[in-house]
Design a protein around this ligand. Structure first.
Ligand code: C2E
Ligand code: MG
Ligand code: MG
Ligand code: MG
Length: 292
């Protein structure tokens, strides 16, 4: 009987694997089309100083990629970035992201409305790309941006994936003059000894700790300690995922340098932000409204 069941399970398992493999193949195919047909877009989410006036240009904007699929609508990065990573397509997509984000930043600057910095997320394979630094330098130069106007965000797990490589790569990006942030800090098992060796300027406190910050003593303690640690090391702290007034107040009162989250501002299109900062009502039919 057990044998029978085992065989059954194995069969079921194989079938499931085939379905998963087919789905991945289809996604990969569609991703290639998406690249050719320019189906990606960036939405931008503000990072503000605790006492910043509403609707004024923020310290930084973070570029977040979306896939506008012709049939399935707007697809969030979690559903395609991992496949893009596994297939190497992230090289092309990631470079497009840097290019587009810098272009957008340059347009805001030309309008005189923009933020001080543009933050862009970098994946592990981009970090291993031997030509990354050159590419970044070339894009910044072409759009007339200062190196310190770009901030690259690397997740703690990406940095820990190949720690020694990360240190070398981040150092050469730092030498170029771009700002570096560790994303999702507190979720990736890095040691303090390692952290000290990274030439970073910013820690992004993961939203995991922010969620219950007002009610969970451990989350509150971790957040307060992270802010203290960062400041001792000379780093700024950005808190992610702030959804309520209470979370915002807590972080403000505990010296967090920058705030980010739906409560501060949801990711939205370039056009939405341009209109907001120039005191115009964004056009409702422009697909320019914030998400969610
Ligand atoms: P991340 O860099 O940590 O970005 C924060 C994510 O949290 C974003 O999700 C954002 O929309 C979401 N978020 C912001 N505020 C709140 C909030 O108050 N509550 C909640 N529940 N969520 C909030 P998104 O855009 O789906 O991106 C997910 C992840 O995908 C990003 O995490 C980043 O790791 C990755 N990603 C996004 N864009 C890119 C890209 O251009 N390149 C690469 N390599 N990765 C990207
Ligand atoms: Mg990020
Ligand atoms: Mg993050
Ligand atoms: Mg996160």
């Amino acid at each position: 009987h057990a044998k029978e069941l085992g065989r059954h399970n194995a069969q079921f398992f194989t079938e499931e694997l085939n379905v998963a493999a087919a789905e991945r193949l289809r996604l990969e195919c569609e991703l290639r089309i998406a690249i050719d047909e320019h189906q990606f877009e960036l939405h931008y989410q503000p990072q503000i100083k605790p006492h910043q006036a509403p609707n004024s240009p923020p310290e930084a904007m973070e570029a977040l990629i979306r896939w506008r699929h012709p049939e399935r609508g707007l697809i969030p990065p979690i559903h395609f970035i991992p496949i893009a990573e596994q297939t190497g397509l992230i090289q092309i997509i990631g470079q497009w992201v840097i290019e587009e984000a810098c272009q957008c930043f340059a347009r805001w600057k030309a309008h005189g409305v923009g933020p001080k910095r543009m933050a862009v997320n970098l994946s592990a394979s981009q970090l291993s790309d031997p030509t990354l630094v050159e590419k970044v330098a070339e894009i910044l130069h072409r759009h007339g941006l200062g190196e310190d106007e770009l901030e690259l965000e690397i997740t703690e797990s990406t940095a820990m994936d190949r720690p020694e490589l990360a240190i070398v790569k981040l150092q050469s990006l730092r030498d170029l003059g771009v700002s570096l942030a560790i994303d999702d800090f507190g979720t990736g098992y890095s040691s303090l000894a390692y952290l000290k060796r990274l030439p970073i300027m910013v820690l992004k406190l993961d939203r995991e700790f922010v969620r219950d910050i007002e009610f969970d003593d451990n989350d509150a303690a971790i957040s307060v300690a992270t802010i203290a640690l960062a400041h001792i090391l000379g780093l700024r702290v950005v808190a992610e995922g702030i959804e309520t007034e209470g979370q915002s107040r807590f972080l403000r009162e505990h010296g967090c340098d920058l705030l980010q989250g739906y409560f501060i501002g949801k990711p939205a299109s370039e056009a939405f932000w341009t209109a907001t900062w120039s005191g115009q009502a964004p056009e409702p039919r422009h697909a320019a409204r914030p998400e969610g």
